[in-house]
Design a protein around this ligand. Sequence first.
Ligand SMILES: [Zn+2]
Length: 343
Amino acid sequence: MNWNIIGHEWAVHYLRQSIACKREAHAYLITGPASVGKALLALRLAQTLNCEQGGDEPCLACRTCRRIERGNYPDVRIASMATQAAGLKPDEAARQKELKIGTIREWRGDITLKPYEGRRRVFILHDAERLNEEASNAMLKTLEEPPAFANLILIANSTDLLPTIVSRCQVIRLRPLPRRQVAAALSERVDISVEDAALLAAWSGGRIGWALRMAEDSEALQARQDQLAALLELHNQPLSVAFRWAEERAKEYRGGEQQMVFEWIELWQSWWRDVMLAAAGCLESIANIDRRADLERLARAYELERVYGFTRRLSEAMQQLRENVSPQLVLENLLVHMPARAR
Ligand SMILES: [Zn+2]
């Protein structure tokens, strides 16, 4: 299959059908967790709409397909938080939290232009959940009257967008892939042992892009192990030491490494979620399959209600960070509420 996408077969099938019947939507909204394959699906759609071979799949070999893949084709325009921050000073870039109207305005000027080389002008907007109010309204106008030769593809980690935007798009919700599909894809594409493929697949939570990246980055793998060890150590340390950890993370956050801090919290959450799964006897669903014995031990040592309360707090902490609460405050608040051993 030339869409060359792992999983999401239904979405590819649906898009191929609509292109074959010339009924593709003017606007799509692709949603799903980070690294699940949204950007690749959007890219393949843009390639299919402009591939020199025509048809309902991209050949991936013609000059047009290759230029779109490299981000070097004038009729496929991509905007994101990263393109918005490009050219800014690092500290200014770090402060960017939303997609602003200027970014959308630039598009609006561009979208009325006929294709230079291809059949369709395709506009891909990443991070659409970060559109601020003004930018959302500008986007809405564009969605209301898109030119006949243009397709818009919005990509978002959630459907937390203006409902009027969502209702004007054909929504494609990508879900995490089954663990065995991720493991099989890793074994096929990367030089990796069966055990490591199974472990990464479990860790990935079905996010194939994340799994593939990690499989080729042994340093990142070690870093994840070290991160988990550091998080678990926090539970044994005096609060003053733990607060220093919070201070370091807060510094990273303010220095532009927001994603990194979210990863810490997600990792922490995956650990305590596993403890609850172990307590419930659902060992086949745990993510940290290499730490099964530890999880079972903790499941006996902690009160489940406390653990559940803490996983809720971790979700709330991520929400507070998105709402611009001070990162140090958010993290310290987590530390004082870490579940304590009951037995
Ligand atoms: Zn092609």
